[in-house]
Write a protein that binds this ligand. Structure first.
Ligand code: GLU
Length: 445
């Protein structure tokens, strides 16, 4: 099995593109197949190296390891050879209409109530007529002669499908300036890279009939196709690679874990509840292209923080260690275990590292001064896991305070925060000297 994800490097990937990339990657994982990253860069006006580099980075961030990464423009010699073969077999023919002429004919057909299909004028030109047109300074663009038949395929996501190529214009495969259009290069590369399954968004379903004809014209058997539904925002809006909205880059910059993004991208619009999966293998277990719904898959980016928190709450200190180091934090496993249940983003750890290992601004609480001074006096010289319970029990007995009146001033004095991790765990980590100093600072008038 070989699959490919084939974005054009004309923008950064968004979460909807991630859905396509991941569906391919999960298919490869499940079947032990290869995943190819193909950069469809034949539109040289809009493709850039920066976008290509960004896509490679985004795919890696998702945890996908391509068996091969390939740009299409690097394969021009091969595409030229295939185009020549198609010309020789009469399936590729030269056309000389200008865009204005084509538009005029299109309107005339529509006005007569006819479908605006290209009339194949190019196909019937004699070589003298072609020479005359070229003498006028016209350069040809090249169209693929369709057979005009009903093409059928069994879609992995949508079941039996049909496309009638008799109702389509012969597609342009080569522009006037010699640049190839995606249809030709995509099919040639799918053949040469031995792609067995094309999994892509349903916005490509209308290309499939033509592509199957082209596979066959090139003597190949078309691969299997699966067209999944597209992600839309909660109000039904589509995503655009050009707008940069919900780009993987921006989600990463927002401190989200790749598996939070991947879980939402993959599970939205399936039979599975959207919950965070730890890794791609776990997600692959829930992945079934045939079970993806047909309607638009509405997702809410506001779900991402909760998914992210689920991942962090289950993260082991070993997995956290390199990530904490990357944030410039000493990867203390005990501290991580003490605070992970309070993290929404890993970067939130900074606050608790500061509370435990650094200095904080302690709020002064004059109304609790006497209590805080007493708490400092009663603090044991050595603190362990049991200390918090014993200490607060003693303070309760001596002052009659309980509940919030007992705990809140202590929390505020020790951490500077209204809420946070269990103080029983934080107390030994902060240590007796800093705890005492903070209590006295909070008690200062
Ligand atoms: N380059 C095309 C795109 O970005 C690829 C479509 C396909 O997967 O065949 O939409």
């Amino acid at each position: 099995m070989t699959v490919r994800f084939a974005p054009s490097p004309t923008g950064r990937l968004h979460i909807g593109n991630a859905r396509t990339a991941l569906y391919n990657a999960l298919y490869a994982l499940k079947t032990g197949g290869d995943f190819i990253l193909r950069l469809d860069d034949t539109d040289t006006e809009r493709s850039t190296q920066d976008f290509a580099d960004g896509i490679v980075e985004d795919v890696a961030w998702l945890g996908i390891v391509p068996a091969r990464t390939q740009t299409q423009t690097a394969r021009k010699a091969r595409h030229d050879a295939v185009a020549d073969a198609l010309r020789a077999s009469g399936r590729l023919y030269a056309c000389y209409e200008t865009p204005e002429e084509l538009e005029y004919r299109r309107r005339r057909l529509l006005a007569r109530g006819l479908p605006p299909i290209y009339d194949r004028t190019g196909l019937s030109l004699t070589s003298d007529e072609r020479t005359a047109l070229e003498a006028e300074g016209r350069r040809p663009h090249w169209r693929f002669r369709l057979e005009g038949r009903v093409v059928e395929w069994d879609d992995l996501a949508r079941g039996a499908q049909k496309a009638d190529t008799a109702s389509m214009s012969d597609p342009v495969l080569i522009r006037e300036d010699g640049r190839y259009l995606y249809t030709l290069t995509s099919v040639v590369d799918d053949i040469d890279f031995a792609v067995t399954h094309i999994i892509r968004g349903e916005d490509h379903i209308s290309n499939t009939g033509v592509q199957i004809e082209l596979f066959e014209a090139l003597g190949a058997t078309a691969p299997a196709f699966g067209h999944h539904n597209l992600l839309t925002t909660a109000d039904g809006e589509g995503l655009s690679k050009r707008s940069g909205a919900l780009s993987l880059q921006s989600l990463r910059a927002d401190g989200l874990e790749p598996m939070a993004v991947a879980s939402l991208a993959v599970l939205t619009g399936t039979a599975h509840a959207v919950a965070a999966r730890a890794d791609l293998d776990a997600l692959a277990g829930d992945f079934d292209l045939a079970a993806v719904s047909r309607g638009a898959a509405r997702f809410d980016p506001a779900d991402l923080p909760a998914l992210n928190a689920q991942l962090l709450h289950a993260m082991t200190p070993e997995d956290a260690a390199p990530r904490l180091k990357a944030l410039g934090l000493d990867p203390d496993p005990v501290l991580f275990e003490a605070v992970r249940a309070n993290l929404v983003r890993l970067g939130d750890a900074r606050l608790w590292w500061q509370v435990v290992k650094g200095e904080i601004a302690v709020p002064v609480m004059p109304e609790d001064a006497a209590f805080l001074r007493l708490a400092a006096e009663r603090l044991p010289g050595r603190i362990d896991q049991a200390s918090w319970g014993l200490w607060t029990k003693a303070l309760k007995a001596e002052t009659g305070r309980k509940g919030r009146a007992l705990f809140h001033p202590l929390r505020l004095a020790l951490t500077g925060e209204e809420s946070g991790p269990e103080l029983a765990a934080l107390l030994p980590l902060i240590g007796p000297d800093k705890v005492r100093a903070r209590l006295l600072a909070a008690a200062a008038a």
